[in-house]
Design a protein. Structure first.
Length: 91
């Protein structure tokens, strides 16, 4: 049997999960879009995120770094994986 098959059942399995692609129209009045993982949305409160967006408005990399740094451990000491993609409109 080739890789990607369940040898016991002979059933083909995908080697990776199917990708999901979405298209969204972002209004011209929106200058900044954040794509964040659960580690950010669960562990950085909205007021902190907004303040960081204002502070680092002109530097997308600094904003991403600041959001990742702001993710705090929960009461049990767990800190989720953190990912941030900052899309900034130019021009």
């Amino acid at each position: 049997m080739s890789a990607g098959r369940d040898a016991a059942k002979g059933i083909a399995k995908p080697s990776s999960p199917a990708a999901t692609c979405r298209q969204a129209e972002i209004p011209e009045t929106v200058g900044l879009v954040l794509l964040v993982s659960g580690g950010i949305s669960d562990q950085v409160d909205l007021d902190t995120a907004v303040a960081l967006c204002r502070t680092h408005r002109g530097d997308p990399q600094a904003l991403a770094d600041a959001l990742v740094a702001a993710a705090e451990e929960d009461v049990d000491g767990y800190r989720d994986d953190t990912t941030v993609v900052v899309l900034a409109r130019v021009g």
